[in-house]
Design a protein around this ligand. Sequence first.
Ligand SMILES: [Zn+2]
Length: 388
Amino acid sequence: MAGSGALERLRAANQRTVLGLLAGEGPMSRADLVRASGLSRTTVSSLVADLIRTGQVTETDDRARPHKGGSGRPPVQVRLSAPAGGVVGVDVGHGHVRVAVADRLGTVVAEDHALVDVDAHGTEVLDRAAAMVRALAAQSGLGSELQAVGMCVPAPLDRRSSRIRTGIMPGWQGLLPADELERRLGVPVHADNDANLGALAELHHGIARGRHDVVYLKVASGVGAGIVLGGRLHRGASGIAGELGHVQVGEDGPVCRCGNRGCVETMVSASRLLELLRPAYGEPLAIDQVLSLDAEGDAGVRRVLSDAGRTVGRAVADLANSLNPELVVVGGTLGRSRSLVEGLRASIDRYAQPDTAAALEVVAGELGDRSEVVGAVALAISHVASAT
Ligand SMILES: [Zn+2]
């Protein structure tokens, strides 16, 4: 009968709604699903029961926080079941390699970290990363079940050639990092840059969860942005969207490593800020000391970091006028500085359209120096998901 076909289609559509919510929001109680889906309690419990029976959804041990004024035990949550197999995230930074093995939902089950001089030694670093992946995968029992590897490289990648754009990392000249690692591991490897992966990490596992239009800023030894539009990472025609560090803020400024003058990055990189502080503090400061001084309210440090935030904020305000994002997440080493985040906010309020600024929240990232490896895991999962 036509009637029963229509009911089945409706039930399938409702199931997709529930699965979509769990995929986007993570574990939820049945009551949360009722609220978020607009479906009735009876429908939600029957759908969840079916999904548990077919193994697509499982009940978790973590319980949701009880509602205000509520009494009794907090409700049980349900989550998507992890499909078989695992993925790996590899983060190659300028001075470290970090590896994380995760299940297909992105839950990290093992992690390792090594300090290495990355920029000068491409081949050796890739050997080392491959060895770390093999050891960690074997240790977590996923050795033969790896389905994909996501990889972070600390430089813009040309999406068409997969080559690192040269000049920044001399030891990587002409190398195709993903192909090289794939050859060593025998598992598909997908690479992206640190700012894009930071954006994916905060979107799927951090403070930007459930948001749709987000700019993730990485402020560290360089400055870059990962742009999320309509819930998806926007990479641009050749994969290098979000090069915010090379927006010009002073035509007669210092020469940048990109060959231009007065780029944002020449004004606010960690090394530039340390140089600015040096005359006043006598000895060279380390970035951790600078961040502690900022937290303690040191006037000189606060001034320099707040000005750096304002400089980046000038470029972010222009970007916000074009994209109208709802959230700016500040990550990278300097994203931990409250003064920098405040300076950024002040510049956005000064230079963006009032309605654009009012709709925009500025927050520090949640994942800290794990954001790249968590993003690499999310990248690997997105490739497994799109292949099945
Ligand atoms: Zn530049």
